[in-house]
Design a protein around this ligand. Sequence first.
Ligand code: SF4
Length: 759
Amino acid sequence: MPNSVTPTHCPYCALQCGMNLTPAADGTVEVSERTDFPVNRGALCGKGRTAPEVLRSSVRLTSPLVRSGGTLVPASWDEALDRIAEGLSRTRTEHGPDACGVFGGGGLTNEKAYTLGKFARVVLGTSQIDYNGRFCMSSAAAAGIKAFGLDRGLPFPLEDIPKSGCVILVGSNLAETMPPSLRFFNELRENGGTLIVIDPRRTKTAEQADLHLAPRPGTDLALALGMLHLIVAEGRVDEAYVAERTVGWEDARAVAMSHWPEYVERITGVSVPQLRQAVRMFCEPEDAMVLTARGPEQQSKGTDTVGAWINLCLATGRAGRPLSGYGCLTGQGNGQGGREHGQKADQLPGYRKLDDPAARRHVAEVWGVDPDTLPGPGRSAYELLDALGTDIKSLLLMGSNPVVSAPRAAHVEERVKSLDFLAVCDVVLSETAALADVVLPVTQWAEETGTTTNLEGRVLLRRQAISPPEGVRSDLEVLHELADRLGVEKGFPTDPEEVFEELRRASAGGPADYSGITYRRLAEENGVFWPCPAVEAVADGDAGADGDAGEAAEGAAAGLPSADPADPADPIDPAEGTAPGVTASPATPDADSLGKAVSGTAPGVHPGTPRLFLDRFATPDGRARFVAVAHRAIAEEPDEEYPVLLTTGRVVAQYQSGAQTRRVDELNAAAPGPFVELHPRLAERLGAAEGDAVAVVSRRGRAVAPARITTTIRPDTVFMPFHWPGEGRANTLTNPALDPTSRMPEFKACAVRLETVTP
Ligand code: SF4
């Protein structure tokens, strides 16, 4: 194992900051600055800086555990793997393959996400696989596909932000979720650009803004419509761009014109003068961007809400132009790559649609199986969790802790407990792992090599820096062993590079085409942006490394302009000759036409695509789609019984369900537990003082946490971070009402009442 400096990347958020790791003689690992990675240029937040502590944590799992007499006890790897294979096999025999569920995570590397999807569909033959990334960015992904024909979080590098003229950040508290990214926005302002932050709370990010708009939670869609109304009324529409590069404007315009600013003010609480100011700041510079995050996305109308913000970019001629456009700030470390390679319920590797016959044929050939044996789309994440113990009897779970992170978490916990069999792979005994029949201890980020894809679509090589502790194995080894025990001896390599080589072939010709990317290139070039097709192979009439030109063409047709058949408002117009699930290959753009090549790459090698859509969008006709969407209320409006709105989010010192960060002393000292943030007026009505225990009650349960009284939140809203289990578990309260397209739950707004708690 190397004992010198290893350049690698942080295990946590989608920024995927670069860092250097150096093993010390005592078994610990030192983190040092890695300034050559352009995203963070050496800067790290406290989570990244302390990430090595989890590697040698005293609570690290180093032995498999099996349930015996009601408790988890250490067992050999063979016994644990045999028990999992038996559990899954029994379920399959007794109830059919779809009674086996698989649940993945947005932190898994591309290789693991790919292998987990293949394992579910080839070994178990189940359609029931999804992952926690569904809770992260799925609404933005669905909206991006509707509007542009393709979803890649940011269609431009973060380095473009400082050169833009104005950025609207909708529902992102990046000063806490990904602090090193704040420098791009600081540089924007230093360069004379302006920052508008839209958030019901005056967050640390909002404090940096030139303009902060604080709409009522769940009304971002109305806010975007109000701005679009003013853009039309003030004659700020880029008519030439709209005519040349878009379709659907008249319908979108008509809806916006029915949302008068005064009406929008009543819905959102944002005044008309503030709306006008935001429009002026956004429209006056030549270049401007809208970036969304979980605020507008985690709603039961998240797809439409993001679509409304994209409309703003299209009406003003910003999307698909340099230093301008729409992007999503994906949250989890490999939230982007995790959704591209097959652990999503409806997708195959390369971001292909699972119900596309050509995509199925292509991937089935790479996998060496009959396409007719591949199951169809399964349930989305919450629906899958809700079916545990009823339709789904056994679950294999990797890299997720839904007992803390899923909405309506007490119900999800009951569903998990009702399973016939649960197996969990994790590094610590998470709250979900503690309920398992078998727990497998697996390697962590610094102990294994693999690739991730950050929020920019930049594919990165995370290198192994240290040896794993005795007793743990990688997730790839686990899947190899389980496949073998379930009768599939080949096709599940344990070497990550071997998996990546297969992933390249599987992705060739798809929307997220990785076929031109190799480990060697990733190491030499410090990351490569997809799409990156294998130029030489294509030029030779080859689909990629598998050598089938016909399949490559089918794959390409299957990919880029593919409609979403599950979406009633499918963006692809049948009049264009493309029915849902069927694609028009002549209109399929190649990677070069989506963006501009970068220099410095050897001839015959595709340079990757940092900027998308500069010449055309990834739709059959190359034009972006407006969506005509009207405001509608959240699924659960406050009423007499539950008169206050709850919104949830993160704090800087914890990450997601806290399974890793709650094991780090420094982070726990900075953020030891949950709290309820509320306005002084609300606190006064409640009779609560700072630090008093407050019960927050929704139709789904009750959570108790100390009051944190602040004027930075609206008087009609309370905020809770969601990183903790137990009585302060915020997700006990949240509403699983789903977006009809993305199947995203409405984490960001539900009705609650507050009660004081007598000590
Ligand atoms: Fe960077 Fe995110 Fe890691 Fe912090 S958690 S160091 S922002 S990648």
